[in-house]
Ligand binder design. Structure first.
Ligand code: SF4
Length: 344
């Protein structure tokens, strides 16, 4: 049984006329969703399969082709594969690791709306992701209860309209860019009508895992908004940044989007000074500034990714010896109930 209801891939939204499917949507629909197929494609030994299948039952495998193609065949420790391959460890309960580590259920005043910090709100613009990351703190999030229909968005938008202290709308998910351009253009146009909103922030992994997502249709609604535009990408390892990702970033910057990156510090993925330093350098080549390096949120099923705080601080100290200040991500933890991220 899959406990997180697998959000359906959105080929077309409700009421949306059937049109030719954009290339990115075909790639989204064609993502590898079978653990056996994932192991076969990467030439992994059969011994990885039972863990992969057991983890898949809890949180399904989803890996788009463009991301898969950057992994090293035959290497079970490939840093990109480790982010998406379920392991035996996922099914072992670990004390302190829970379904809602950030207690977001307590901060949802309207459907699809999370209000944790003053001045900004988070909108669940899509329940789907293009890739399912094993360490995701929302891997158990009740998306079915927090996915507004077009009509329900009106009530959510009323909440924003009534609160003049809110200046920034953050599109999140799932991955907000998994929603269709038609839906996103509609939502952004409605947000623009709220005079006290000045900034639109989008947290997404889609330009990384399917760079074709940054197409002309997206750039038309995003480039045309009066709101200041910030996109926070989610890249954990330098191997995630290939030429297609760099080209997608260039298109976003040309449309006036400020690009930042947040990573999660993950055991077996990026827990070395060399990997983190190369990531910052590579991000800068792509025109993206490192923003946050998060320690792992204690979500059930992800304990094997944890890097203890002392080790995290040592890594960052080592990083500081190699990088200029503007390439240093801030090492932070999110603590439920705190008014901002907590620096470590
Ligand atoms: S893309 Fe983001 S929201 Fe989706 S599974 Fe990965 S970390 Fe979680």
């Amino acid at each position: 049984m899959i406990t997180r209801s697998p959000a359906p891939l959105q080929r077309h939204d409700e009421g949306e006329p059937l049109t030719l499917q954009p290339a990115w949507q075909a790639q989204l629909a064609g993502a590898v969703r079978d653990p056996r197929e994932l192991c076969r494609r990467l030439g992994l030994d059969e011994r990885w399969l039972p863990g992969a299948e057991a983890g898949h039952e809890l949180f399904e495998v989803r890996v788009p082709e463009a991301f898969l193609s950057r992994m090293r065949p035959g290497d079970p420790h490939d840093p990109l594969l480790r982010q998406v391959l379920p392991l035996d460890e996922e099914v072992r309960p670990t004390p302190g690791y829970v379904a809602d580590p950030l207690e977001e259920a307590a901060h949802t005043p309207a459907k699809g709306l999370i209000h944790k910090y003053s001045g900004r709100v988070l909108l669940i613009a899509s329940p789907a992701c293009a890739v399912n990351c094993r360490y995701c703190f929302r891997r158990h999030f009740p998306y079915a209860e927090n996915s507004p229909s077009m009509a329900q968005w009106e009530a959510t938008l009323d909440t924003l309209r009534d609160d003049t202290t809110i200046h920034e709308a953050i599109l999140s998910g799932g991955d907000p860019l998994a929603a269709s351009d038609r839906r996103l253009a509609w939502l952004v146009a409605r947000l623009e009508e709220i005079p006290h909103l000045t900034r639109l922030r989008i947290h997404t992994r889609l330009p990384v895992v399917i760079p074709d997502r940054i197409d002309d249709t997206l750039l038309t609604w995003l480039g045309g908004t009066r709101l200041q535009k910030v996109m926070v990408l989610h890249i954990n390892h330098p191997h995630e940044i290939d030429d297609a990702v760099i080209a997608a970033c260039a298109r976003l910057r040309a449309a006036g989007v400020t690009l930042l990156n947040q990573s999660v510090l993950l055991r077996g993925v990026n827990d070395s000074v060399a990997a983190l330093a190369t990531l910052s350098e590579r991000l800068f080549e792509a025109g993206v500034l490192p923003y946050y390096l998060h320690v792992l949120d204690p979500v059930a099923g992800a304990a094997h990714f944890d890097v203890p705080d002392d080790e995290a601080r040592e890594l960052v100290a080592g990083l500081r010896e190699l990088l200029p200040g503007f390439l240093m991500p801030r090492l932070v933890r999110e603590i439920p109930g705190e008014g901002s991220k907590t620096p470590l």
